[in-house]
Design a protein. Structure first.
Length: 267
């Protein structure tokens, strides 16, 4: 069983103490993950933080730098994640481009390098996003739900920047599912992961939102079944050799009512 864990850090809560505890947990299991980091404002931050000008996620620079320092892989997430969730799917392409440029510039300021990958907050996408990922030289992106690595097509916008979709349900989704009790969330994720896919499964954890107890339970269960953990960059290398196909990107409705970008398996 091949397992990849990616982590969204797109809030002040996710970049603060929650991130420190998450890194400690991963270190205790000697496990490497892929982190996608927003560098702009958290518009859901407490008013006092906003008044003090401390509402930018990049203000937790020490915590964010600790991610690559501890051997984890890092990638770009939207600059203004709250606005992205609300607007990206229906925005004008100019707004998408402006958000992208702000994110790239803030990333350079924080990490002094170019990002090599991108993941969209809450799986909200736009055809312009796929164009920008391609022309910015991203090695891969992870903006969608799906089953297998693929090249995206959305409203006549092609991209040869490979998508590595999330294949397993998230904690927030299952917390709102009538079919799964809170006590069985980790079992539901694990059971779904037993449905074999050619290149394994990819699960996303949202720092500051998802409970760390679920992450630890998943690590223990996958380790107990001889799961092989890898980063998304390592998965991308394997996926490139499998010659992924092009698939249309559409929308899927989750149990919690959210519409998220999803791979169409019809191609």
């Amino acid at each position: 069983m091949r397992i990849t864990i990616s982590v969204m850090v797109d809030s002040l809560a996710g970049a603060g103490g929650a991130l420190q505890k998450l890194l400690e947990l991963l270190s205790s299991y000697e496990l490497k993950a892929t982190f996608f980091i927003s560098c702009g404002p958290d518009r859901n931050a407490p008013l006092l933080s906003r008044l003090r000008g401390a509402d930018h996620i990049s203000s937790f620079s020490d915590n964010l730098h600790a991610i690559p320092e501890q051997g984890h892989e890092i990638g770009l997430a939207p600059w203004d994640p709250v606005s992205w969730r609300q607007k990206a799917a229906v925005a004008h392409r100019q707004w998408i481009s402006e958000q992208w440029q702000r994110g790239i510039e803030a990333w350079r300021d924080l990490f002094s390098e170019e990002p090599i990958s991108h993941a969209a907050s809450d799986f909200q996408v736009h055809p312009e996003l796929f164009r920008l990922e391609l022309h910015s030289g991203m090695r891969y992106a992870s903006d969608t739900h799906g089953k297998t690595p693929f090249y995206p097509l959305m409203i006549n916008q092609h991209s040869s920047c490979m998508q590595l979709p999330v294949t397993l349900p998230g904690i927030r989704e299952l917390l709102h599912s009538d079919a799964v009790t809170d006590e069985r969330i980790h079992e539901e994720i694990y059971d779904t992961s037993l449905n074999r896919l050619p290149l394994g499964h990819h699960w996303r954890f949202v720092a500051g939102q998802d409970d760390l107890q679920f992450l630890e339970k998943m690590i223990v269960m996958w380790r107990g079944s001889s799961g092989e953990f890898m980063t998304l960059a390592e998965l991308a290398e394997i996926a490139e050799e499998s010659q992924p196909h092009q698939h249309i990107v559409g929308w899927n409705t989750l149990a919690d009512g959210r519409s998220v970008a999803a791979q169409s398996l019809q191609g």
